[in-house]
Design a protein around this ligand. Structure first.
Ligand SMILES: C[S@@+](CC[C@H](N)C(=O)[O-])C[C@H]1O[C@@H](n2cnc3c(N)ncnc32)[C@H](O)[C@@H]1O
Length: 270
């Protein structure tokens, strides 16, 4: 087991301008709209008056969908700056149950506190593997009827993996002091074997501070990112007492991010 990094970029990234411009920078994107459609569809079967926790809720972009389905909704997020961006019209009704500033990994709620738990755009971060497992455990712990969660699934195709790893480097540069993971390093070495020119260029001109070079690979390997295979994810879900009911792919060409709807094992299909 490698060293754990508890300082992944997403934890510190959504403050100041990043929070203020969060929605404006994403509104037009196909993937953004697709996510709204998927959540809308998945909540079709939720009973009116059911409770839902959105975590991390960010700017509350899903709140209008919860309201449309007559759900009572609450939001949790680590960043008060993101929560500050939630329009007051989303929180002015009795269906809004309040915000909690909290880490997903340590949700301050009793077991089965909410009928539904929704988590978009969190487990797609390159999180340490243990953080991913803790997060899944927390989401399933506080949910009674369903968990809807977006997850980065390991892509076994070399091209997709290279794209993912390069994205990891860009991410690390943009959000220092995140360090790239050992899986990134391994992938870089594979790229070096097949496309040395590309790696040299990256190394000389675009090297992020935190990418280790040459012999500097740490003795203790860093923890791998959370990106289970489909079957690994299904097994994890099973061990948490849930089962995969539905899943949707992403419109993004590069990514292997999927949205899963999970139900407690043995719950009747609605
Ligand atoms: C990409 S945004 C996604 C927000 C929202 N779920 C959406 O889909 O628009 C990531 C959010 O995760 C929050 N975040 C990052 N690390 C967190 C943590 N450990 N616990 C709770 N929230 C976290 C950030 O503050 C930010 O609001």
């Amino acid at each position: 087991m490698g060293a754990t990094i508890d300082m992944y970029g997403g934890k510190f990234a959504y403050f100041g301008r990043a929070a203020e411009e969060y929605e404006a920078r994403r509104l037009g994107r196909l993937q953004w709209r697709q996510e709204h459609r998927v959540i809308d569809k998945l909540l079709d079967t939720a009973a009116s008056g059911d409770t839902v926790l959105d975590v991390p809720c960010g700017t509350g972009r899903l709140f209008p969908i919860f309201r449309k389905h007559s759900l009572r909704y609450a939001g949790a997020d680590i960043s008060p700056a993101m929560v500050d961006q939630v329009p007051s019209e989303y929180t002015d009704g009795s269906d809004f149950q309040g915000f909690t500033i909290s880490e997903v990994e340590r949700l301050p709620f009793e077991d089965k506190s909410f009928d539904h738990v929704v988590s978009l755009r969190f487990l797609h971060f390159r999180l340490p593997h243990s953080t991913g497992v803790t997060t899944m455990t927390q989401l399933c712990r506080v949910a009674r009827k369903s968990v809807v969660v977006q997850v980065r699934i390991a892509d076994r195709k070399l091209f997709g993996r290279v794209a993912d790893r390069l994205a990891e480097i860009v991410d690390a540069r943009a959000r220092a002091p995140v360090e790239v993971t050992i899986s990134c390093w391994r992938m870089l070495r594979r790229v070096q074997q097949t496309a040395g020119w590309m790696l040299r260029r990256l190394g000389r001109r675009h090297a992020p501070l935190a990418v280790f070079t040459g012999d500097e690979i740490p003795d203790e390997p860093m923890e791998r990112s959370f990106a289970p295979t489909e079957s690994g994810f299904t097994e994890m879900v099973d061990s948490l007492g849930f089962t995969v009911a539905e899943s949707y792919g992403s419109v993004s060409r590069w990514s292997s991010v999927r949205i899963y709807s999970l139900r407690p094992k043995g719950a009747p299909r609605s």
